[in-house]
Design a protein around this ligand. Structure first.
Ligand code: PLP
Length: 393
């Protein structure tokens, strides 16, 4: 039978009286309009709809709305990576002559943007200690545009004085930007503490499976969000529909994963603190944490899934530990369903001198753990095996 000639593009999905319970993936780069007049309506806001995927697509919007709800914000922008979200803030809202203050223990790439890229574009930057509001105050200048902090620092888990800094920023008329990747809205909602802009690397705990790279940024002031959205579209920070779909799927179990990983992290911290050869355990809800009182006030018992500890015996012991802790990925990421171990002296903080590292408390025996969803007993047994091997050095 001769095939009826058809146009290249099919006319849409088969009709169904029932509806899909799962968000469809919409990979279309373009969206067809009826007439030039209907396109005018869309561009001029009389009707709504998609035009071209770099400008926006349904999977990004569905994901964005879910994160908006978690953070308590409207109309946040989903970007192709966490660093794209950082860029949308630092590059999309500043101009030559402005000044930006950053926390001195920001995520490595954010620090690099502060120290390398912004100055190249004529935007001056300073770093300050976000655990000490006086240090941030001393860094402010008349032309300061924003202060960028993370609530819990990597990898030493120091707690920023977000309330004090928010008050300072309000008085000075400066935007407070909080990267909430590490803490997540399960532990703290920065908008409730006076943040003007919140950033996420969705890549980490929100998506949670180490299989997507995405970011999100939202502002309290819709005008700021709109400026970042336009900048993100112009500079091509577009997220992939497939990745947005995967992240939406991951996000459905975010709270469950967070609760489980946090409970295990707390237990693992207590376990490690009692072991021979362990010189220090850092976890925000431990009473011996250097910012214990602030952690208690801000995080309300939510210590999160990140834990750091130090063993004696230097690099040789660290090698023996990482080698013997079989089954735990020695990999510099966080927020995965599987526990990951990182060694800042040889990875995130390798560019610092040993003195620079020791000034912030990072030695050759220092490890950071992103606790995953393993059975806690199995995980503790693996850490014990690592400690035993390290102790034989
Ligand atoms: C990973 C991370 C980023 C960057 O996110 P990507 O998705 O890897 O680009 C930014 N800030 C923090 C705190 C992070 O941990």
């Amino acid at each position: 039978m001769a095939m009826k000639p058809t146009l290249q593009r099919p006319g849409g999905l088969p009709a169904s009286a029932s509806t899909s319970v799962v968000t469809p993936i919409m990979p279309s780069v373009v969206y067809a309009s009826d007439t030039p007049d209907s396109l005018d309506d869309q561009y001029e806001g009389r009707s709504s709809g998609y035009t071209y995927a770099r400008e926006g697509h349904p999977n990004a919007d569905v994901l964005g709305q879910r994160i908006d709800l978690l953070e308590g914000c409207e109309d946040g922008v989903v970007t192709g990576s966490g660093m794209a979200a950082v860029s949308a803030v630092l590059l999309g809202l500043t101009k030559a002559g402005d000044h930006v203050v950053g926390g001195n223990q920001l995520y490595g790439r954010s620090l690099r943007m502060m120290t390398e890229d912004l100055p190249r574009l004529g935007i001056a930057t300073s770093l300050a200690d976000p655990t000490d509001v006086a240090s941030v105050r001393a860094a402010l200048r008349p032309e300061t545009k924003m202060v960028v902090i993370e609530v819990v620092s990597n990898p030493t888990l120091r707690i920023a004085d977000i309330d004090g800094i928010a008050e300072l920023c309000r008085e000075a008329g400066v935007l407070l930007v909080v990267d909430n990747t590490f803490t997540t809205p399960a532990a703290i909602k920065p908008f409730e503490h006076g943040a003007d802009i919140v950033i996420h690397s969705i890549t980490k705990l929100l998506a949670g499976h180490s299989d997507v790279t995405l970011g999100w940024v939202g502002a309290k002031d819709p005008e700021l969000t709109q400026r970042m959205r336009v900048f993100a579209v112009t500079t091509g920070m577009t997220p992939s529909p497939y990745e947005c779909w995967l992240a939406e799927r991951g996000l459905m179990t975010f709270q469950l994963r967070f609760d489980r990983a946090q409970a295990t992290a707390e237990r693992l911290g207590a376990h490690l603190a009692g072991r021979q050869g362990v010189t220090r355990v850092l976890y925000p809800t431990r009473p011996d944490h250097p910012d214990a009182a602030r952690a208690q006030g801000l995080l309300k018992g939510q210590g999160g899934n990140m834990l750091s500890f130090e063993i004696e015996g230097g690099r040789a012991a660290a090698n023996a530990f990482a080698h013997a802790a079989d089954g735990i990925a020695f990999a510099p990421t966080l927020g995965d369903v599987g526990t990951t171990l990182s060694h800042p002296a040889s990875s995130s903080h390798r560019a610092l001198t040993p003195e620079g590292r020791s000034a912030i408390g990072i030695s050759e025996g220092f490890f950071r753990v992103s606790v995953g969803l393993e059975e806690p007993e199995a995980l503790m047994a693996t850490f014990d095996a690592g400690l035993e091997a390290a102790g034989q050095i």
